[in-house]
Design a protein around this ligand. Structure first.
Ligand code: S3P
Ligand code: PEP
Length: 437
């Protein structure tokens, strides 16, 4: 929504019966953007199959092209041919992965790389990464967007201590490019615990797949320390898993309506935090089972509340909060203070929007307390946050008259969300709720 532009609301479909559907999800944002970065650094051409095409991944493609990487392919199959990095302009949009993963590459460029992004991106935390890069000998003007990296064709690298309690992406960003630094990189974290550890595991696993030598606390390294040795990044044919965080909204639809939703190609083993939705839904009373690679969720008559530390799984918070808002008992979501630096302050946004529908949500210093009360219809604001928009859609399934503003913001990671949502609902949709702006 923009204050000065026209506001368009999407009437969230209300269902009158349980949903039964199979929903196929496109590729993971986080894996696609890591594969693209590693392919741009690789020692030859790579392919990326099953890539997500969305605003965040297209911004990554644009950023890498601006630095001199050749990327071809209009759909989910991409060919990436690395080139020597040169100066240029990078639009980060609102993508954390672009603003945190690309500056280290820019330090390797021959020339200046100017970074900017959406107005809302200018308040997302970034100085930890930029000052970390400076400690590794990069020359950077600015601490937030917009800023300029004065690339010098190479970066010394070495050891750096950062406080990554604000975002795991600070660690991932430095590690992803570390093999290309003269001395590699050793990242030591000093501060409150790093959030979203599965995303650091994802970074480490993908680096190792590309032949990079990485030492972690789990592989004999020091606590809170990750080391990437200098060396080649091998060209790989990357195969991207479906986006499990995006899948959570569709599985939640089964949970809140007492229906059954199946997501095919659910990976047997994955570093994606979205995999944890299985245990979350089970503890809220849903049944979850796998048959081959199909994952199916069957919703209960009534959902239980949940008390959960989402520190590792912050990305799932909007879905879990939406489930909790329509559950039969109280919920406590903890460990997620860092969500105040996501696309928007997600703790403030979720409490404001659920309360605007008559809910009883209290922000705590590190999370949300959600009391079950009957909700009523109303406008749900998205704050340019794709996961706020999908949270509104989940609640709208079971509350009359919810209308979500700027549903198109879902294109950050899932273009065509409304079409997929409608297709999932099939004939479970109730008559028009009249929830229009
Ligand atoms: O590395 C990644 O791909 C991501 C890491 C997480 O960031 P934070 O550690 O900032 O929560 C996650 O929330 C984000 O959606 C994607
Ligand atoms: C926090 C998120 O995104 P970003 O990669 O922009 O940080 C998210 O997708 O939930």
């Amino acid at each position: 929504m923009s204050e000065d532009g026209p506001v368009s609301f999407w009437s969230a479909p209300r269902v009158s019966s349980p949903i039964h559907a199979t929903v196929t999800l496109p590729g993971s944002k986080s894996i696609t953007n890591r594969a693209l970065v590693l392919a741009a650094l690789a020692d030859g051409p790579s392919t990326v199959t099953g890539a997500l095409r969305s605003r965040d991944t297209d911004l990554m493609i644009g950023a890498l092209r601006a630095l001199g990487t050749a990327i071809s392919g209009d759909g989910p199959t991409l060919e990436v041919v690395p080139g020597r990095f040169h100066g240029g302009a990078v639009d980060c949009g609102l993508a954390g992965t672009v603003m945190r993963f690309v500056p280290p590459l820019a330090a390797l460029a021959d020339g200046d790389v100017v970074f900017d992004g959406d107005e809302q991106a200018r308040t997302r935390p970034l100085d930890t990464l930029l000052s970390g890069l400076r400690a590794l000998d990069a020359d950077i003007a600015g601490d937030t967007l917009p800023f300029t990296v004065h690339g010098r064709g190479a970066l010394r690298g070495g050891t750096v201590t950062i406080d990554a309690s604000g975002s795991s992406q600070f660690v991932s960003g430095l590690l992803l490019s570390g093999a290309a630094f003269d001395e590699g990189v050793t990242v030591h974290h000093d501060g409150k615990p790093v959030p979203s550890m599965p995303h650091i595991d994802m970074t480490v696993e993908m680096l190792r797949t590309a032949g990079v030598d990485v030492t972690t606390p789990a592989s004999g390294g020091e606590a809170n320390t990750w080391r990437v040795r200098p060396g080649r990044v091998h060209a790989i044919d990357w195969n991207i898993e479906p986006d499990l965080s995006n899948a959570t909204a569709f599985l939640a639809a089964a949970a809140v309506t007492g229906g059954e939703v199946t997501v095919p190609s659910w990976p047997e083993r994955t570093t994606q935090p979205g995999d944890a939705i299985r245990g979350i839904l089970e503890s809220m009373g849903a049944e979850v089972h796998r048959e081959g690679t199909d994952l199916t969720v069957r919703g209960p008559r009534s959902l239980r509340g949940i008390d959960i530390d989402l520190h590792d799984l912050g990305e799932l918070t909007p879905t879990v909060a939406a489930l909790a808002a329509v559950a039969s008992g109280p919920s406590h979501l903890r460990g997620i203070a860092h969500l105040r630096g996501h696309e928007t302050d997600r703790l403030a946004a979720l409490s404001t929007e659920i309360n605007a529908l008559g809910g009883r949500v209290t922000e705590t210093p590190d999370g949300l307390d959600i009391e079950p009360v009957p909700l009523h219809g109303g406008h749900w604001h998205s704050y340019a946050d794709h996961r706020m928009a999908t949270a509104g859609a989940i609640i709208g399934l079971v509350v009359d008259g919810v209308s979500v503003d700027d549903i198109a913001t879902t294109s950050k990671t899932l273009p065509g969300f409304e079409r997929m949502w409608d297709a999932m609902l099939g004939n479970a949709v109730a008559t028009d709720t009249g929830a229009r702006s």
